[in-house]
Design a protein. Structure first.
Length: 354
């Protein structure tokens, strides 16, 4: 996935900032107060930005984060050997598993958010995701799976309500349950990463995983500014300034997909039909916690242009933008008030229901 939508400045402000910087003769020395580093985890580039942190401490924090993210990626991987795969195997064979504290907490939080989303964010449909060929680092090749196989998996209807977590004990009441935390683990990991940064005394930072990010503190005198990727062309759709502690997550049909006979098959599956959700091309959520924002972006993508406000309310999400198949932009007024669009959208559909 391209590491797009990094730190973004509105063109006017960018010009102004550059002018000021050059006037102060700092541009030639390149003494940017932002320390940047990146590493690869969760199938994407993780970009770190720390404002005004001495280099030795920044390097130490960056290394600690890389180590933690690499471990979390292995532990919570949906289809490679690790702790989650073991939980899945035990649940399938014996209906119960013993997790480690981190994975038990992760699963419990995923289950909670899944129930609040009416199961549209459904972290236990691993078999469906695998059937569609997305349990692979390579994009799948068509044709799509046979309708009969999809129908069988949908009928088994695994949901988070089938799983009960009590301490480290995880019990399942449906043998079809397979955890796939692809829609959630990255956000949850970012929240843990931010916690780690705070413990290291870093209070102005962004952790950005391929455009999904959480920012804390500020970029010096001004807030952090970030861009939301345009789902249909290279570049930025809109810019937003972050409050002191906020996450911005987007689920899009462009992240992982293949085309077969002119039809696009992407990686966000509607658990009710078993097919990729087709009414949305991207859903963006702003929320303090990255884990909630990640689960919510996926849930609202599946909910689509008609049902997103009700699900957003249940999830406690206050800012949403959804781009539908026709390119119309759906938003609530609070979100509209915060976005600076690159070019004025043709159609905006406002929802007062959120
Ligand atoms: P991305 O990871 O590309 O930002 P998402 O957060 O929406 O996008 O996660 C999509 C991934 O989540 C899929 O690759 C799959 O592993 C899993 N998934 C697909 N559909 C659902 C769903 N309805 N609920 C929960 N997880 C899903
Ligand atoms: Mg998600």
């Amino acid at each position: 996935m391209p590491p797009l939508a990094l730190l973004y400045r509105h063109p006017l402000l960018r010009a102004l900032t550059l002018t000021l910087t050059c006037l102060l003769a700092a541009c030639s020395r390149g003494d940017d107060p932002v320390y940047r580093d990146q590493f690869f985890a969760f199938g994407t580039l993780i970009d770190l930005s720390f404002y005004d942190v001495e280099t030795a401490r920044a390097e130490q924090a960056s290394q600690a984060l890389e180590q933690a993210f690499t471990q979390m990626h292995t532990d919570w991987h949906a289809w490679q050997p690790g702790a989650l795969q073991q939980v899945n195997a035990r649940l399938a064979e014996q209906g119960q598993a013993t997790g480690d504290p981190a994975i038990a907490a992760l699963i419990q939080e995923a289950n909670r958010l899944s129930l609040l989303s009416n199961g549209l964010f459904n972290p236990v449909i691993g078999r469906l995701v695998a059937l569609w060929g997305f349990h692979s680092d390579e994009p799948p090749q068509g044709p799509p799976p046979a309708g009969e196989r999809i129908r069988q998996l949908v009928e088994q209807a695994p949901t988070s309500a089938d799983v009960h977590v009590d301490g480290l004990q995880i019990s399942g009441h449906n043998p079809a349950v397979r955890y796939d935390l692809g829609a959630f683990a990255k956000g949850y990991a970012i929240d843990r990463g931010i916690q780690q940064l705070r413990e290291l005394g870093i209070t102005n930072a962004i952790i950005n995983a391929g455009g999904d990010l959480r920012g804390i503190g500020r970029h010096g005198e001004r807030p952090w500014r970030i861009g939301i990727r345009d789902p249909r062309k290279p570049g930025v759709l809109a810019a937003v300034e972050l409050a002191a502690d906020e996450s911005v997550f987007t689920s899009g049909d462009y992240e992982r997909f293949y085309e077969y006979e002119g039809q696009r098959y992407h990686h966000i599956i509607d658990p009710r039909s078993g097919y990729p959700a087709s009414a949305t091309v991207s859903a963006t959520v702003i929320h303090p916690l990255a884990a909630t924002a990640d689960a919510a972006a996926t849930a609202l993508f599946v909910a689509g242009p008609d049902d997103w406000p009700a699900i957003a309310r249940q999830l406690g999400v206050g800012y949403v933008m959804l781009v539908d198949r026709e390119g119309r932009i759906h938003m609530n007024p609070a979100m509209k008030a915060r976005l600076v669009f690159e070019s004025e959208p043709d159609t905006i559909v406002m929802s007062d229901a959120l």
